[in-house]
Design a protein around this ligand. Structure first.
Ligand SMILES: [Fe+2]
Length: 327
């Protein structure tokens, strides 16, 4: 059985996917893209970093953009339920032979930096500085009127191994793609902690790498408006895939690439998954409607390109099966 039974009492309590830090070459170009075009709010700006959040986010930031010559990703940030959970997490990772350190990070409390068994860097924390709620400051809305971070999607060379690891940490599978072999192999999984389709998606590919961050908009019209903005403000070629509706998750989506190639998904209208007896939905790798409900396949770049984690070695995927590709 490729999908494991849920773990109702995991070793520590992860609340949700929280933030990510991206290394970028030109902070001015990144600010124009994320703030002026997409609609992120700037919480703080320093000489070498921008701290951004969506209009409903109280946390200080959900994206950090840091200037660097080495384009990549530092770590994936997850919020825990308490400081005690942070101690439990440090104990659990050390006991399982995985790295643990506590780097000092601006605007947030004690932070455990570790990695999963495939090398994907993870940050766990409980406290972050809080910022003003901007949800009803409608005059400040721009671009896609981004509300909040929703999920992180990563390439992994071994989806089964990654699935088994995050399953043990209490992530629950809502939907999955597998091959049509007599003994089906997992191609991708969508796993959640917070109660919608996912906090973390894991997809077969050269990795580990970040495929995209998924950010929530209030509705499909916000995403369509962003298409019009991008098409008429110099960002036409930054639109990689969509707009469309996913089969998996039912979400309305648009994938865009930032000036350094980091991928962002504008994402809206998935569904509630809090029921403890919610059965995962299976999709066949050969079903084009899993990618796009309307049948359009994704471009080749979508399956091949992603953002590397700083200093993490890449492996080719163990599973050779190929998805349907548009061009
Ligand atoms: Fe996504």
């Amino acid at each position: 059985m490729p999908i494991r039974r849920p773990v109702p009492a995991p070793p520590f309590n992860i609340v949700r996917a929280s933030h990510v830090e991206l290394a970028v070459r030109d902070l001015g170009a990144s600010r124009a893209f994320y703030v002026d075009c997409l609609g992120y709010l700037v919480t703080d700006a320093t000489g070498d970093a921008l701290y951004l959040r969506g209009v409903e986010e109280r946390n200080h930031h959900s994206i950090v953009l840091r200037r660097s010559q080495e384009i990549g990703v530092d770590a994936l940030g997850f919020k825990l339920a308490s400081e005690e959970d942070l101690d439990r997490a440090a104990f659990w990772f050390a006991r399982n032979g995985l790295p643990t350190s506590f780097p000092e990070l601006p605007y947030q409390g004690r932070t455990l930096r570790t990695a999963d068994p495939l090398g994907m860097p993870l940050d766990f924390y409980f406290r972050m500085d809080q910022a003003e709620l901007m949800l009803q400051r409608y005059a400040e809305y721009r671009g896609a009127r981004i509300q909040r971070i929703d999920h992180l999607n990563c390439f992994t060379p071994d989806v089964q191994a990654s699935n088994d690891f995050y399953n043990a940490l209490g992530f629950r599978v809502t939907e999955y793609t597998e091959t049509d072999d007599a003994e089906p192999k997992l191609w991708a999984v969508w796993m959640h902690r917070k109660g919608n389709v996912h906090d973390l998606a894991l997809t077969t590919g050269r990795g580990p790498r970040l495929h995209h961050i998924g950010v929530w908009t209030a509705g499909a019209l916000d995403i369509l408006h962003l298409c019009d903005v991008m098409a008429t403000s110099g960002y036409l070629t930054n639109m990689e895939r969509g707009p469309g509706r996913h089969g998996i998750s039912n979400a309305f989506f648009l994938y865009v690439r930032d000036p350094d190639g980091h991928r962002v998904e504008l994402f809206s209208s998935d569904y509630l998954t809090v029921d403890p007896d919610l059965e995962p939905l299976r999709w066949s790798l050969s079903d084009p409607q899993r990618q796009t409900l309307w049948g359009h396949p994704a471009p080749k770049s979508w399956f091949e390109e992603g953002s590397a984690f700083a200093g993490v070695a890449l492996r080719e995927p163990a599973l050779a099966a190929q998805p349907i590709v548009a061009r």
